[in-house]
Write a protein that binds this ligand. Structure first.
Ligand code: FAD
Length: 148
């Protein structure tokens, strides 16, 4: 018999719900979804909330697959060495695999991948504003040195 795998999904947004539901298709996986609110916020309906025509929330019971365990709490710390996440109010949850929220960012000094992504965003912003490619990095460094 296959060994069971505990998967923790942080964040019950569109991506987290999709991931959690898909994972329940496997018999050898136990899925825990952690989200700070007890209801799913339909962001794409938020304008309707403002207009008073929809409350822009759906009960998780309506959209989560039966096998997903929902924990209503906020993850405050991820401990990869211990394979556990710390919650704001209800202790820790262990995992074999973790699916962090897409926009999660490490505290402290950001890693290489995060810095590269930020550089990519800066380049895209620059192109949008100026309509051309970002000057080559070495060229920019040269200019900075020249200004000293
Ligand atoms: C006002 C508004 C209108 C939009 N309209 C559209 C639209 O019309 N069409 C479109 O395609 N897109 C739209 N978007 C964009 C769309 O909502 C996002 O692309 C989408 O929500 C991203 O999904 P996600 O699951 O990655 O993240 P999110 O939906 O942001 O979900 C992340 C979840 O993680 C939870 N979370 C975060 N940190 C923690 C933590 N530490 N512990 C536990 N849980 C945590 C959050 O509470 C949240 O529930 C809109 C966005 C906004 C804000």
């Amino acid at each position: 018999m296959a060994e069971n795998t505990d998967v923790v999904v942080i964040g019950g947004g569109y991506a987290g719900v999709m991931a959690a539901n898909r994972l329940t298709q496997r018999d050898d996986v136990t899925v825990t979804l952690i989200n700070p609110r007890p209801a799913f916020v339909e962001r794409i309906r938020l304008h309707q909330l403002v207009g008073g025509s929809h409350d822009a929330v759906v009960d998780y019971a309506e959209i989560l697959a039966g096998g997903v365990r929902l924990v209503v709490d906020t993850v405050t710390r991820i401990d990869p060495a211990e394979r556990s996440v710390t919650l704001a109010t209800s202790g820790t949850v262990g995992y074999d695999y973790l699916r962090p929220p897409a926009r999660a960012r490490p505290r402290g000094r950001p890693g290489k991948r995060w810095r590269r992504r930020q550089a990519g965003r800066a380049a895209a912003d620059h192109r949008r504003r100026k309509g051309g490619p970002l000057p080559h990095r070495r060229h920019r460094q040269g200019r900075r040195h020249a200004q000293r």
